[in-house]
Design a protein around this ligand. Structure first.
Ligand code: GLN
Length: 363
């Protein structure tokens, strides 16, 4: 090769190199721009992309309804006299997805009292107003392994190391809602429930009266939590407001919507209202997972992976974070106090929709 030829070859190599570098730089810059312009957080609608189609969701809801509507086991609660009159045939299912679509089967308009499911939303209120540590320090976030109205559970640690899903923890949680008087406290509580449900709920007066006349055990529990210093003032008022919150009327659709608000970062997927800040939702779900189905919470989580909460009125809510909320109403309860049909229906529907948060989606 002549000197000139080798200089030319070197030049052309440099040019090729330079243009290759220019190309790489351009690609890198473009992808950096693309990264910057990409939405910072996945909105719920995108998270729902790995959900089955609307037809598949409706089919799963219908299948569960048909499979369990004639299942005849369990007994309606009667330790609160009026609950003994509940219709054992009532059965309604509502699944709510990120786009606010509601998939239903059965009777989703008939109301039952929310009962213990209310504990979730009063807890959410207190965490929103006073922070996570207020609940952890004053009540605890561990399962008791005992019945929801156990007094022995209070005695073990002088009212500490329990949780807001059992009566002593729940009455204490209600006592932590701020307000100048009983009415102001109540407005805060019902206002929170309304935001979760996306409509104005009201107290079923007959249920409230029936329980208020027979809740001496809860009054004793309230007094005990006062004696141990967890309730700071007026345990009778806290117990009364707790009794009222348990008597709020809800149907399966309300429960599905309340669950969905938890599933989508504390924001009601229909009204768009932020009921509590997204940052607090995981703590609420954690306590539901730990203690939402009484003594059967471990078994429930083992089979479904879903944070859930039941009530003796026959309702259950369950949450598949980022995917769906589900509410089911069916009054007959099993020995642990959980609705028989609701547990079965939720487990089936969630399995069909890939709802278990511990299950990694197939790629
Ligand atoms: N109001 C009921 C009670 O305090 C709530 C119990 C429940 O639903 N587990 O006994």
């Amino acid at each position: 090769m002549t000197t000139h030829a080798s200089i030319r070859a070197a030049r052309s190599r440099r040019r090729r190199m330079a243009s290759a570098i220019a190309l790489l730089t351009m690609i890198a810059t473009q992808s950096a721009i693309a990264q910057k312009t990409k939405a910072p957080a996945k909105p719920p609608a995108a998270a729902a992309a790995n959900m089955p189609s609307p037809a598949q969701i409706q089919a799963a809801v219908d299948a569960a309804y048909n499979k369990y509507k004639n299942l005849d086991s369990g007994k309606v609660a009667d330790y609160i006299p009026i609950l003994g009159k509940a219709d054992p045939k009532l059965f309604g299912i509502a699944v709510v997805t990120a786009d606010g679509k509601v998939y239903t089967a059965g009777d989703v308009t008939k109301e039952v009292s929310i009962q213990s499911i209310s504990k979730v939303f009063t807890m959410a209120r207190v965490i929103q107003d006073s922070g996570e540590m207020a609940i952890e320090n004053n009540i605890g976030v561990d399962a008791t392994g005992m019945k929801f109205n156990s007094i022995i559970a209070v005695e073990v640690e002088k009212g500490a190391e329990i949780n807001p899903m059992v009566n002593p923890g729940a009455i204490t949680t209600t006592s932590m809602v701020g307000g100048a008087n009983a009415d102001a406290i109540w407005q805060k509580i019902i206002g929170t429930y309304n935001d979760f449900a996306g409509r104005n709920l009201s107290v079923l007066d007959e249920v409230y009266q029936s329980e208020a006349a027979t809740n001496q055990r809860n009054q004793a529990i309230g007094s005990l939590m006062y004696a141990y210093g967890h309730i700071h003032d007026n345990p009778a008022q806290a117990t009364d407001i707790y009794t009222k919150q348990c008597a709020v009327g809800v149907n399966a659709k309300d429960l599905g919507m309340m669950a969905a608000t938890l599933a989508f970062g504390g924001r009601n997927p229909v009204t768009g209202k932020q009921a509590i800040d997204a940052v607090h939702v995981p703590s609420v779900l954690a306590v539901m997972a730990t203690a939402g189905l009484y003594d059967d919470s471990g078994k429930w989580l083992y089979h479904t992976g879903l944070p859930a909460k039941s009530g003796v009125g026959g309702g259950i809510i369950a949450v598949s974070p980022g995917k769906f909320g589900i509410g089911v109403v069916s009054p007959p309860l099993d020995a642990a106090g959980n609705s028989v049909r609701a547990q079965r229906a939720i487990a089936d529907i969630s399995a069909a929709l890939g709802g278990n948060p511990y299950q990694v989606a197939k790629r």
